[in-house]
Every structure is written in C-alpha cells, then in structure tokens.
Design a protein. Structure first.
Length: 153
C-alpha cells in the first residue's frame, strides 16, 4: 500500500481536520506550499488558510484547520517528524527517500490523495474516510498508482 484516494464534498467545512484526526497529526511539522484555500467569512471566501508557503508546528497547523470553516481548492501538505529535514520533492521515490512521513494532496476542491509510510496510519485514514461517508475510497498500490508527480498544478 502506498496511499489512499477519495472524494470529499465540494463545499466548505473543516475537512482537513476531519481527515487528519484519524491519527496524531500534531506530532509533525507541516510544510505547506502552493495551496489555494480560504477561510469562510460571511458565507464568502476570506483570508487565506495558508497565506504563504511555510512550515507549521503541529499545534499551529491544528489551530489553522480547526478554528473556522474553510474552503480548499488545492492543497499540498507534507508532514515531517522534525523541521531540520523539511524539503520539497516531486516523485514517490523522492518521498520514500525523504524524511517526510505523510503527504496530502487535494485537487479541484474534492479529490484527495494521501501517501503515508506507516501502513497503520493508512488503515486509520481509510476507516475515517469510510466513516465520514466520503466517496470512491480506495487504496493506492504499486499496481494502480497513476500519479507521476506530487505536484497539484
């Protein structure tokens, strides 16, 4: 198992929190980059959820995704166990050779792809996606992975 894919509803809420609550995501440093996501203010898009590419502590990342509703158009989130090894990469092989433990890619407001090195985390995420009634939940394996890069644009 490489990862997991599924579809979330195309509307605002706290979907990143719902997805990530399946494991202890606050133990990581979260690299953001290239997101297009906005807090909801008076039923309209407001301030950016992730204003610029940045590395957040687990607690600061949690605060960003748990305090208000938001709408995510695109997201590229990577989790690292320590900030000293945070770096960019674009392929699955680079992911395997990095210190990154977890990647969440969200495209076109609904399509979520997750890669995780820990199979237990993938199982927890799968169960969370099913419990949340997300659509088209499926494991990504060596045989069915069609993604050639981890880029969202």
């Amino acid at each position: 198992m490489r990862g997991l894919s599924f579809e979330i509803p195309n509307r605002y809420g706290q979907y990143l929190l719902d997805i990530l609550n399946a494991f202890d995501f606050k133990n990581y440093f979260w690299k953001t980059g290239g997101e297009e996501a906005y807090y909801i203010e008076n039923d309209k898009l407001g301030a950016p959820l992730f204003p610029t590419p940045y590395v957040y502590t687990g607690d600061s990342f949690y605060k960003r995704i748990s305090t208000r509703d938001y709408y995510v158009l695109f997201a590229d989130l990577k989790a690292f166990p320590d900030p000293l090894h945070v770096r960019d990469f674009t392929t699955y092989e680079d992911f395997l050779n990095s210190q990154c433990e977890f990647v969440l890619l969200l495209v076109d407001c609904s399509y979520v792809t997750i890669y995780a090195k820990d199979p237990q985390v993938l199982t927890l995420l799968y169960e969370q996606a099913i419990a949340s009634k997300y659509e088209n939940v499926a494991y990504i394996t060596d045989d069915n992975d069609s993604r050639t890069t981890f880029e969202i644009f």
